[in-house]
Design a protein around this ligand. Structure first.
Ligand SMILES: Cc1cc2nc3c(=O)[nH]c(=O)nc-3n(C[C@H](O)[C@H](O)[C@H](O)COP(=O)(O)OP(=O)(O)OC[C@H]3O[C@@H](n4cnc5c(N)ncnc54)[C@H](O)[C@@H]3O)c2cc1C
Length: 254
């Protein structure tokens, strides 16, 4: 018998959209935690905005050091079509044009975005989910936690600078949260995350693993998932969301 791959379990789909540019206006600016800044944008251009995947991204165009526009990737943390509102959460770090722009942001400011050009549609049919990230992946984790079905086991392992960065996120899933406070270690140090991973007992059945952090950290975590955990590569997505010492850098997501 030939399997019908359209209905095979755990099939990860793709949606593609016209990645057109949109002009947005800042509606509100609010600190979620001392180092996580939430900007809500509004615009009639959002009438046909599409974001179907928890780890989608838009490109935001902000002035670079020389004044010329540069683009940076941010996750649509929430989108309300009826209200024409898009929410982006900015993890505040030491320096960078997107961070500087968000820090200076105030209601009425204008900005251009592009995308998302597509969404990766992870079915809500896995037996469990393991989501690992630093602050830059927390918006996508928050969104997935809110979207997943009631009672499904979700383990999150998130590294944050201090306890003050821990977020309360509403979810119907059975969420086991591991927050790793870095203390003196840098956000490019994978050791603390790996230690938590090594101590985890994963639920039985088929799982989906999602990783987003500094590129070298992601690489180490991915190697652990594929090697030590022997996790199937198709049921995993790992992305370098930024690269230590390199502006505007990212690695392709697997
Ligand atoms: C698909 C995708 C989705 C993303 N979603 C989000 C999101 O929703 N929220 C979010 O905050 N970030 C998100 N990021 C990460 C964000 O795009 C990067 O952190 C980006 O580099 C920030 O731009 P910048 O202009 O502030 O700094 P850049 O000009 O890019 O970098 C300046 C310097 O800061 C360093 N740096 C960059 N990011 C960090 C950091 N987080 N911590 C410490 N040092 C850093 C760089 O290594 C460089 O030395 C996402 C990335 C990807 C690929």
């Amino acid at each position: 018998m030939i399997a019908n791959t359209d209905t095979a379990p755990h099939t990860i789909g793709r949606a593609r959209f016209e990645g057109r540019r949109r002009q947005l206006t800042v509606a509100s600016v609010e600190y979620l935690t001392p180092k996580m800044l939430r900007l809500v944008f509004t615009s009639p251009d959002l009438a046909d905005f599409e974001s179907q995947g928890a780890d989608d991204h838009v490109k935001i165009f902000v002035p670079g050091d020389g004044g010329e526009p540069v683009m940076r990737d941010y996750t649509p943390r929430a989108f309300d079509r009826a209200a024409q509102k898009l929410t982006l959460d900015f993890a505040i770090h030491e320096a960078g044009p997107a961070t500087a722009w968000a820090l200076a942001g105030k209601p009425g400011d204008q900005v251009e975005i592009g995308g998302p050009r597509g969404s990766r549609l992870v079915p809500d049919d896995f037996d469990w989910y393991l989501l690992i990230a630093d602050e830059t992946g927390l918006p996508a984790i928050g969104r997935r936690l809110e979207e997943l079905r009631p009672g499904v086991p979700v383990i999150t392992v998130v590294t944050v600078e201090t306890k003050a960065e821990i977020q309360a996120i509403e979810t119907r899933a059975a969420w086991a949260a591991h927050w790793v406070c870095r203390d003196k270690a840098g956000p490019d140090d994978a050791a603390a995350l790996l230690k938590v991973l090594e101590g985890l007992t994963l639920p039985k059945g088929d799982g989906y693993i999602w990783i987003a952090a500094e590129a070298s950290v992601t690489k180490a975590l991915k190697a652990h998932a594929l090697g030590r955990l022997n996790h199937p590569a198709p049921w995993m997505r790992a992305g370098g969301y930024w690269l230590q010492g390199a502006a505007g850098a990212r690695e392709a997501l697997d």
